[in-house]
Design a binder for this molecule. Structure first.
Ligand code: UT7
Length: 331
């Protein structure tokens, strides 16, 4: 059987650092409140004129180089984001053109915080089936254009940052190493809890004068509901992937959770009885970068040599939809 594995990883963060103190100059918040509730200290914001496909292009080039490949080796592209360049066409084709990848298929994934893991499941299936050999998967976000930097939007505005992470997925020469299993879940009954209302195709036209001024242009979230479900579903899906593979929590060398809130990940680790240091965290530096957070973390982890060949890792995520997912990998 062909097994798929991650051949290379890259990341890109915009240079502009925005601290909690910078946000506190714009609306009523404080470094203390943000750090206590979320663990975030600072995040990166892209400048005016920068698209999410621009961030993705930097991360992608690094991932391809890290895999020891050339651009022309890539035979399929998957782009996960909730902040696409435009509503259509998808950001995948913009990235394809920016990288100069000619005529390969491009698929856009719109699964918010779990977009990377949904994309990974698709890339894994394509490679295992022998359909494609080198799939570029990128998660990228420019959140900073769609955050409400006033008191009305402060619950959401403090959480998010911009960035991109990318991987190349291809066949593993050793069938015991690679992506062992990925579990994907969703529950659309909770779709209203974290969403952006502005694009409403039931309206004619789909964006009204009222929706431009009544707050619909900003994301809305019932934070406590997201938190409550996240701390239940994250341990649940981790336990499910472990059970399927006859593993215990202690067999895992590193957990790489989506970086939405340090408290969520601490709760999840506690519920599983896993030491906090086994749950990787970099939220203090970047905030929540949604589809980009797991590949950004993975790229840092490899650079710091925190994992090595044959280590078992679990990537896990929960977010808007609700959607949640976990992937077990033997590195
Ligand atoms: O990838 C998935 C994306 N989202 C998440 O994972 C978010 C999950 N939820 C959370 O992380 C938390 O719910 C938050 C960090 C967003 C909020 O924490 P909370 O403990 O649920 O706070 P809260 O919404 O209940 O608000 C507590 C207080 C309120 O004031 P009062 O009513 O107690 O006077 C808020 O108005 O904190 C106030 N508040 C703030 N204060 C300072 C809300 N946002 C802020 C802020 N700065 N940025």
């Amino acid at each position: 059987m062909i097994r798929a594995r991650i051949l290379g990883v890259g990341r890109y963060l915009p240079e502009r650092v925005v601290t909690n103190f910078d946000l506190a100059k714009m609306f009523d918040t404080s470094d203390e409140w943000i750090q206590q509730r979320t663990g975030i200290v600072e995040r990166r914001f892209a400048d005016e004129g920068v698209y999410c496909s621009d961030l993705a292009a930097h991360a992608s080039r690094q991932a391809i180089q890290n895999a020891g490949l050339q651009l022309e080796d890539i035979d399929f592209l998957i782009f996960a984001t909730l902040s696409p360049d435009h509503h259509f066409p998808g950001s995948g084709v913009y990235l394809q053109a920016k990288l100069g990848l000619s005529e390969i298929g491009c698929l856009d994934v719109r699964n918010q915080c779990t977009g990377f893991l949904y994309g990974l499941a698709v890339a894994d299936a394509f490679v295992r089936a022998g359909v494609y050999k080198r799939v570029l998967l990128v998660g990228a976000e420019v959140h900073s254009s769609a955050l409400n930097f006033t008191n009305a939007g402060r619950d959401v505005a403090v959480l998010f940052g911009d960035g991109a992470g990318a991987v190349v997925v291809g066949p593993s020469e050793d069938e015991s190493r690679g992506i062992l299993t990925t579990h994907l879940h969703a529950d659309g009954r909770y779709a209203e809890i974290l969403k952006l209302d502005i694009w409403d195709i039931s309206k004619k036209p789909y964006i009204t004068e009222t929706s431009l001024t009544n707050g619909d242009i900003w994301p809305k979230m019932i934070g406590k509901e997201v938190f409550k479900h996240a701390v239940t579903k994250i341990p649940e899906v981790i336990e499910a992937v472990l059970k399927e593979n006859n593993l215990k929590t202690t067999d895992i060398d590193l957990y790489i959770p989506h970086q939405a809130n340090l408290r969520i990940n601490q709760f999840a680790a506690h519920r599983l009885g896993v030491p906090q240091e086994k749950f990787y965290s970099n939220i203090e530096a970047y905030g929540n970068t949604t589809a980009a957070s797991i590949p950004i973390a993975l790229s840092e982890i490899l650079e710091k040599k925190i994992i090595s060949e044959n280590n078992l890792i679990v990537m896990v995520s929960f977010g808007s939809g609700f959607t949640w997912a976990a992937s077990l990998i033997r590195w």
